[in-house]
Design a protein around this ligand. Structure first.
Ligand SMILES: [Fe+2]
Length: 249
């Protein structure tokens, strides 16, 4: 991946980041959170949706507590960067039993109808498809976290097309494009970008180190390879529509 000197010329929005301190397997302390805020802002990310896991092992904190933490961190962030916006969200680990609770517990992106959902990597295509249907049946729109990572989808790329046609939103991680998730994930991410099937690119950052909140170079690479308008759509316009609870096309 070429490192570009020219920065993306629009503010980006990251709808998937584990930046809250001591909350899940993301930022381990407040110092890490502040470093992540600095990296994101310097990269050109001006809106962050804080999406700690909702997961039986990683984090089960109530959403009200997550929202309290988001406000606390936004207050700290705004002393450094007054125009940096932090919004509440969640990354919901799919289980059929819990789907009914998403709305009730307010575990959506900025109180919209969009829910960021991840599946166990070993899930079959059938379980993922049923999950999408179950979430849609609740009147919610599933955003499938890091679609490029699921072995069952890597083995059958048409499945991603199928999920999108059903009404799911497809999100890829920026670092998949530099091979951080392995060759298969990189190939699928590039394939979906080429077909303009990706709706949103996000960092899914967990630290200020290897999995950090930087995506500007990757977005610039997408811009050069697949067009400026498409890159802008997945790094800014679609994420902003999601946080405003508007439909994306
Ligand atoms: Fe995540």
């Amino acid at each position: 991946m070429y490192i570009f000197k020219k920065k993306v010329d629009y503010p980006m929005t990251d709808i998937h980041i584990h930046i809250l301190p001591e909350t899940d397997d993301g930022a381990s302390d407040i110092q890490t959170t502040v470093q992540m805020l600095e990296l994101a802002y310097e990269d050109g990310i001006k809106t962050l949706v804080c999406t700690p896991h909702y997961h039986p092992v990683k984090c089960k904190l109530p959403q009200a507590e997550i929202e309290r933490r988001v406000k606390e961190i936004e207050h700290i962030a705004n002393q450094l960067y007054p125009d940096l916006k932090l919004l509440p969200g969640r990354e919901f680990f799919y289980s059929q039993d819990m789907v009914k609770n998403i709305k009730q517990r307010g575990m959506t992106i900025n109180h919209s109808r969009y829910v960021l959902v991840e599946f166990d990597y070993s899930e079959s295509r059938q379980v993922i498809r049923n999950g999408v249907v179950n979430i849609l049946n609740e009147g919610l729109i599933p955003i499938i976290s890091h679609i490029e990572r699921y072995p069952s989808i890597i083995l059958n790329e048409d499945m991603a097309v199928n999920l999108k046609e059903m009404g799911a939103v497809l999100q890829i991680n920026a670092d998949a494009l530099v091979g951080e998730e392995g060759g298969d994930a990189k190939r699928l991410a590039k394939h979906l970008l080429k077909k303009k099937m990706v709706d949103v690119i996000a960092t899914n950052a967990h630290t200020a180190g290897r999995r950090c909140p930087i995506m500007g170079d990757v977005v610039q690479w997408i811009s050069n390879k697949y067009g400026y308008d498409y890159a802008k759509k997945i790094a800014k316009e679609n994420p902003n529509r999601i946080i405003r609870d508007e439909f994306i096309d």
